[in-house]
Design a protein around this ligand. Structure first.
Ligand code: ZN
Length: 286
């Protein structure tokens, strides 16, 4: 008798649904169709329908670091079949915070601002606004992206640069494997810094973005948000003062539409870090 009571209880549809949810499975309705909650389908929709673009350069011995920094070091340790019969591989790595595709945390250029572990996730995930300045940068390596370039994006899309992740497409990303063309010099050490030539964001435009607009974050396909010839890094200072994270050495910006992509940019969570290696991807709509 007790057995019958138990079976009856389990057979009640409501209980079956609860048990299914508790096991982490998608509930199904009477027709066998998936019955998702609105919030679940909202999260899955862009992931399921969109193409993903990896905006990250790989970290290896060729990865571009600032001329005064040592490069990325992968220190090989174990790799092989153990005495117990299973395969095992594990390495160590050594790297500066700022090199390759990485984030500048606001504390990088402004005291008492967010360290990398404190950057709110809401600033690292959002809609991309890709500002294309490939043309002026092709004829001038020292080009500084100005307010007019940003305004052109606004005019073309009939909206302001608010609540977006601005990505500056200079076209320099295609030279990534050629340090001399990417940075303007293939020399290293302090003396090489004066020979850096690549485009960046003009300090007046950085100020306009933080005072007249409200962006989540900003990224660029060069080694620095300030242009190569900058001496005082005033765009860094302005953006960091206003807690705007900066993504540098971003890859494949030429594959993104100027609007409509979703960016997810997750740095390594280094407690107290001034920056960190960044895995950044874009999800394109249909
Ligand atoms: Zn940096």
């Amino acid at each position: 008798m007790r057995w019958f009571a138990l079976i009856t209880l389990i057979a009640v549809p409501g209980w079956v649904t609860l048990a299914t949810v508790a096991r982490g499975q998608t509930p199904r309705d009477a027709t066998g169709q998936n019955k998702e909650t609105p919030s679940a389908s909202f999260v899955r929709q862009p992931l399921a329908s969109g193409r993903m673009v990896d905006l990250t350069h790989s970290f290896d011995r060729h990865t571009v670091y600032w001329p005064t920094e040592a490069g990325f070091k992968l220190i090989r340790n174990a790799a092989g079949v153990t005495k117990q019969g299973y395969y095992y591989a594990a390495n160590r790595f050594e790297a500066a915070e700022h090199g390759g595709t990485h984030v500048d945390a606001p504390i990088h250029f402004f005291q008492d601002r967010d360290t990398v572990d404190k950057i709110p996730l809401t600033r690292l995930v959002g809609e991309a606004a890709v500002v294309d300045v490939t043309e002026p940068c092709a004829s001038n390596r020292d080009y500084q992206i100005d307010i007019e370039d940003l305004r052109r994006w606004e005019k073309n899309h009939n909206r302001q640069l608010v609540d977006v992740i601005v990505l500056l497409r200079t076209g320099m990303g295609r030279f990534w494997h050629d340090r001399r063309r990417y940075l303007g010099t293939d020399k290293t050490g302090q003396a090489a810094v004066a020979e850096l030539h690549f485009p960046g964001l003009a300090p007046t435009a950085a100020r306009w973005l933080v005072e007249q607009r409200a962006i989540k974050a900003i990224g660029i396909d060069t080694a620095s948000i300030d242009y190569g010839q900058s001496k005082r890094f005033r765009s860094h200072v302005t953006l960091c003062e206003h807690n705007v994270p900066v993504f540098e050495n971003v890859a494949k910006l030429e594959e993104l539409p100027t609007a409509g992509a979703t960016v997810v940019a997750l740095p390594m969570k280094i407690a107290g870090g001034s920056g960190a290696p960044l895995r950044i991807v874009a999800i394109l709509g249909k």
